[in-house]
Design a protein around this ligand. Structure first.
Ligand code: CA
Length: 228
């Protein structure tokens, strides 16, 4: 099956050139010409990679990237930045992009980055099943869904991200500060109470007895651990 790439780029000439080139490499391509349309496509359909311009009408690429992650989607995102743009903002601020290339770029270089990201993603997917089990719960990572006995458990995007994060670090104690940094992107530990609030609401939804949790355990003085 061909890998599917979504190109979100407002410059028509570049969008066409990239589409043609990537199609000739065997990828299946869809495009969006502004940020809002890009976000809609990226969250409604499954792609193997999103190529996302930073400067976009209707919604910036940075916001699109953040919102894709806030929706709990782990699709690899490669940002297209303009010269002089602060790339620290893209990777340093943890908006969730995986890599970036600076315009004007060499297509060979872009293709190499795309291949590297796709390889990394498929290596990850092959070591972790797409649907993971946790007790009587089925956690569908790409589908961003949790089910119990075939019934969907309604989680907010943040609760899903938190659950996915704890699942990725199963049986490991994670500090509140680390959870806050990795799931919320906050570097300050003044909001660690936020973590407690979300853990409590997640327990209400996934634990049989939220007062005596089996899955998300409190490690006194240290943080939380997902037991699996
Ligand atoms: Ca642009």
């Amino acid at each position: 099956m061909n890998e599917r790439i979504l190109i979100v780029e407002d410059e028509e000439a570049l969008r066409m050139t990239l589409s043609d080139r990537l199609r000739s490499e065997g990828y299946e391509i869809e495009t969006a010409a502004d940020g809002a349309a890009g976000l809609q496509k990226a969250t409604e359909q499954a792609y193997d990679l999103v190529l996302l311009d930073v400067m976009l009408p209707r919604k910036s690429g940075l916001d699109v990237c953040k919102d894709i992650r806030a929706a709990g989607m782990a699709v690899p995102i490669l940002m297209l930045t303009a010269k002089g743009q602060n790339v620290d903002k893209i990777v340093g601020l943890k908006i969730g992009a995986d890599d970036y290339v600076t315009k004007p770029f060499d297509t060979t270089e872009l293709l190499a980055r795309i291949e590297a990201l796709l390889r990394r993603a498929s290596a990850y997917a092959s070591t972790r099943p797409a649907v993971q089990k946790l007790g009587d719960l089925q956690i569908d990572i790409p589908g961003t869904m949790v089910k119990r006995d075939g019934e969907r458990v309604a989680l907010s995007a943040r609760e899903f991200q938190l659950l996915r994060y704890l699942l990725e670090h199963r049986n490991t104690t994670m500090s509140r500060a680390n959870i806050l940094k990795d799931v919320w992107g906050y570097s300050s530990d003044t909001f660690t109470r936020t973590v407690d609030v979300h853990v409590a609401s997640l327990r209400q939804k996934i634990e049989t007895d939220p007062k005596q949790p089996k899955f998300i355990l409190t490690v006194p003085g240290l943080g939380y651990k997902l037991a699996a």
